[in-house]
Write a new protein. Sequence first.
Length: 196
Amino acid sequence: MGGEKIELNIVGLTSGHSQRNSYTLILGQEDGNLKLPVVIGSYEAQSIALIIEGLTPQRPLTHDLMYDAMDKYNILIKEVVIDQLKEGVFYAKIITEQNGVEFAIDSRTSDAVAMSLRAKCPIYTFKSILDDAGIIYDNEDEDDAEHINDIKPKIDSANSFNKMSLNELNTELERAIQVEDYDRAAVLRDEINSRS
């Protein structure tokens, strides 16, 4: 596929409504109203949300491991391109470079986005894909989509932590990261930051 490439940003990540344990990653143009809704699995949603929320797991996730291995072997992730749409499924390539040689690695879109967040590289698609699969979100839908923490129902709110000491909050934060409960960890992190 060719044509004009359009840069996309992550607009939101929400619980899927059509399938259990699925989530919708919403990608959109900086200056456009068309959004690409990409259905992804729960593991990939957690991996993406973790980076967006600025949390670090105690042990590396698969995407962290892959990124670190590529980095150690001087493989630069230049960009991610969502380059095909077949029967409602998006296909992507991770564009890499090593020693001046460029490679395109076939990838699921969710994995490509998770890697792009770690590499801090741009995500692109082609205008034809955006025209074919793009959805115009109204403001109400967009507001809902921007809530990254919708991945799992919130178990705790910041108010439930207001009686805890900073040491207790830090201990709870470590536990939440250890069991990969990143929603709880984000709430704890925010409470700790609000006291600093």
